[in-house]
Design a protein. Structure first.
Length: 279
């Protein structure tokens, strides 16, 4: 029986195999030729880049630009300056703040730029919460002498010597408890604690300072005197009065041990009780 006499069902598989074989061979030829052509283009381009420095430099610049444009958003954010920095130009501050920053820098032998940032932050916070900024700076001076990595034997940390493990919740907005060693974060948390202590003490600065240092009895009188004396000096400096910086720096304060829950409750709810605690 010839091919002409075969039925379509019998011939269909044969035709399909033949068509498939031709299709595969055609695709292979096209692909093979395309790859060979692409390889030729790459080889020619490489030779041009090697032989012509101008073309090579131009290609490198375009490639670098292309890569930079496709940087992930996270990388771009990481490469940008922070929203705030912990240093400032002293000459950019208002006159009273610049005078305070210069005096503190000379007395405590710290760089004027970071001190200027802290002074500006203290004055800004003071205006917001109606708290004397020189009091904030005086607490900082007595607590740590402007050393941001200070730590007491009982765990008070940073510029304002905040008990980090007691006030961990206050650091949540700043990224966690390690922010205790970030100067501005520690300052803001310390000011919040000081504000709470003064409010609990019925608005009394002295009472708030006693609660802040961790004692509500007469043992805290030396600490209160040091802070108030430093505040008075800073107020005079801000007014333009010449105040000597030769007086010895206040010694770091020895804070009381971490409070119990009952003692901590006494700090956040009046009345204050006769018990040592650390705010």
């Amino acid at each position: 029986m010839t091919a002409q006499n075969r039925s379509w069902p019998t011939l269909a598989p044969l035709y399909m195999r033949t068509f498939a074989d031709k299709l595969v061979k055609g695709l292979y030829a096209v692909t093979h030729n395309s790859m060979a052509f692409l390889g030729l283009i790459i080889a020619v381009a490489a030779m041009l880049l090697v032989l012509n420095p101008d073309i090579r430099d131009s290609a490198e610049q375009k490639l670098l630009s292309w890569l930079l444009q496709r940087q992930p958003a996270e990388m771009e954010a990481a490469s940008e300056p922070a929203d705030r920095v912990t240093a400032a130009n002293p000459t950019a501050l208002p006159k009273d703040q610049a005078q305070v920053a210069d005096w503190l820098s000379r007395k405590y032998r710290v760089a004027p730029e970071p001190v200027s940032a802290l002074v500006a932050e203290a004055f800004d916070l003071g205006r917001q919460i109606k708290l004397d900024p020189t009091l904030i700076l005086a607490v900082m001076a007595v607590e740590s002498s402007f050393y941001p990595f200070a730590q007491s034997p009982v765990g008070a940390q940073g510029l304002m010597q905040v008990m980090t493990r007691v006030h961990t919740d206050k650091y949540e907005d700043f990224g966690g408890k390690l922010a205790a060693f970030d100067p501005v974060s520690n300052l803001r948390v310390g000011v919040k604690v000081l504000q709470d202590c003064i409010r609990t003490a019925g608005g009394s600065i002295e009472g708030g300072l006693r609660a802040y240092v961790g004692a509500v009895d007469t043992d805290s009188s030396d600490y209160v005197s040091k802070v108030m004396a430093e505040r008075d000096r800073l107020q005079s400096v801000a007014r333009g009065v010449r105040v000597p910086v030769t007086a010895p720096n206040p010694a770091p304060v020895a804070h009381a041990a971490a409070p119990s829950k009952a003692e901590l409750d006494a700090v956040v709810r009046p009345p204050l009780v006769d018990a040592d605690h650390r705010s």
